[in-house]
Design a protein around this ligand. Structure first.
Ligand SMILES: [Fe+2]
Ligand SMILES: [Fe+2]
Length: 493
């Protein structure tokens, strides 16, 4: 930075052209600047290499993971059970990307999304028959239902809402009068949303008073497992970051080995799902190298492998990618390559659906939460479960096209065809839980301490909090890995 160069020149120290260029674009810490000035007498002209080696000396050297000792009294029940889980065929992008980047891809992608969400909406009860846009005129004021995607939304002078909508047959203008039930629901309606409008056609306008979301329409009983097992939900570990909370993660592994409170619960843990951002990655954002303790992507994954190898061997680990992992950034993301993770884990894409002991899990890193939180009033990073609910309402994991990077695959992997029992996301580094009509929503937080960026944005993460679901009772617990305490979560009925 210019200020650093000025400070160096003020001391009469000279820089090589490469060193000058380096300092012109990179910021160095106060400690490095101090050392550079102190050591200047050894070198008539400071080289770029000297600056780089000073920076390297300042980097935190990763501490060897703590040796985990299995508690002798630990008799884990999970060891007695064989595992029962499967990744649902076609639910994730495992070697099936067929997008060529042509315009036809977008058309096919949206058609696929529309057809599948329409199918969900058609299964919803209505007294009114579904009519496509090109047949509306013939309905002569009958009460009908229109299923369409919103392409434009505005408020009229009279305070009503006017929408441009499209379906496979054409387009229409929909008016939702204020003081109707539909008007209130309309406040949440965003561009690209696919919903059902009930109403009547009047000349060039379709007057609607009711909006139906695809969502989870009915209250269901929370699904339970037969076996007395537990599932741990993790995400956003960020191995390799200077802010990775190594001690807290070691505490978690120690606890899973039965050396802590609630041995009964630790002994039930049969599955761990890691929902992405396993490592901090490299080159994810400008000047990230300053935040990295380990700048080699292979070594970052080695650290993860090292930690996972300390787990009891009866625990199944399922790992999906996030936007910091070494796969394409755009959703849907393929699994992390097998040459990066060498421990015996199951690698899945994001999103993916995994049935564990009969519980259908929808696992998605949660990258699109950024755009839905930014795009809808009332949502915030402090309550990620509310944003997750908005995705479920739309039965789509990334409804706003363009705000979150999407590769338009011919099959839209972000559509939720079936109602999941558990939806697991991460990405926002804030734990959040909700029981919604029998579906459990979990945001599993992080093991990365608050970053400078988060300080700047006023975002307060919740590191080291680990949600653990007991399958048989349906109880959700949270282990605080910083102090080993376990608390249970209660949901209002
Ligand atoms: Fe993350
Ligand atoms: Fe992320």
């Amino acid at each position: 930075m210019k200020a650093d160069i000025d400070a160096i020149y003020a001391k009469g120290i000279r820089l090589s052209p490469e060193a000058y260029d380096f300092l012109d674009t990179a910021a160095i810490s106060a400690a490095v600047l101090e050392k550079l000035i102190a050591n200047a007498g050894n070198e008539p002209i400071i080289s770029k290499e000297t600056i780089e080696s000073l920076i390297a000396q300042e980097e935190k050297i990763p501490v060897e993971p703590v040796i985990i000792a299995r508690a002798p009294s630990f008799k884990p029940i999970a060891k007695e059970y064989s595992s029962d889980f499967r990744v649902l065929e076609g639910s994730d992008l495992s070697g099936k990307s067929n997008c060529t980047g042509k315009i036809d891809d977008f058309v096919g992608h949206f058609r696929n999304r529309f057809e599948r969400i329409q199918k969900v909406l058609r299964s919803r009860l209505s007294e009114n028959s579904v009519v496509p846009t090109n047949k509306l005129k013939a309905t002569q004021g009958d009460k009908v239902r229109l299923i369409a995607i919103v392409t434009e939304k505005r408020v009229t002078k009279k305070g009503n809402i006017l929408l441009d909508v499209e379906d496979e047959e054409g387009n229409a203008k929909v008016v939702i009068m204020k003081d109707t039930a539909g008007f209130k629901a309309c406040s949440k309606l965003m561009l690209d949303d696919i919903v059902a409008f009930d109403g009547k056609n009047a000349d060039e306008l379709f007057i609607s008073d009711t909006i139906t979301w695809p969502e989870i329409p009915l209250m269901r009983k929370q699904k339970r497992t037969e076996k007395d097992i537990a599932i741990v939900y993790l995400s956003d570990l960020h191995f390799g970051s200077k802010k990775f909370l190594e001690n807290d993660f070691s505490n978690l592994i120690t606890w899973l080995n039965g050396a802590g409170e609630r041995q009964d619960l630790a002994g039930k843990v049969k599955y761990i799902i890691v929902g992405g951002d396993v490592v901090d990655g490299i080159g994810i954002y400008p000047e990230q190298e300053k935040e990295l303790a380990v700048k080699d992507i292979y070594k970052q994954y080695e650290m993860f492998d090292e930690a996972i190898s300390k787990l009891p061997d009866y625990i199944e680990v399922i790992v999906g990618p996030g936007n910091h992992d070494a796969v394409r950034r755009a959703d849907p993301q393929p699994p992390i390559p097998t040459d990066l993770i060498h421990t015996d884990v199951t690698l899945v894409g994001s999103p993916s659906q995994i049935e564990i002991e009969g519980l259908r899990h929808l696992v998605y890193h949660g990258t699109s939460l950024d755009s839905i939180i930014a795009g809808m009033t009332g949502l915030s990073y402090s309550k990620p479960e509310d944003a997750m609910l908005e995705l479920i309402r739309r039965r789509h994991l990334s409804p706003i096209y363009g705000d979150n990077l999407i590769v338009p695959e011919s099959h839209d992997y972000m559509v939720m065809d079936v109602e999941p029992d558990i939806v697991h996301m991460g990405h926002v580094h804030k734990n959040g839980y909700m029981m919604y009509r029998g579906t459990l929503l979990i945001n599993s937080g992080t093991f990365q301490d608050r970053t400078d960026y988060q300080v700047k944005m006023g975002h307060v993460p919740t590191p080291g909090m680990v949600p653990i679901l007991e399958g048989k009772s349906g109880k959700l617990n949270v282990l605080d890995a910083r102090n080993g305490k376990v608390n249970s979560i209660t949901f209002s009925a």
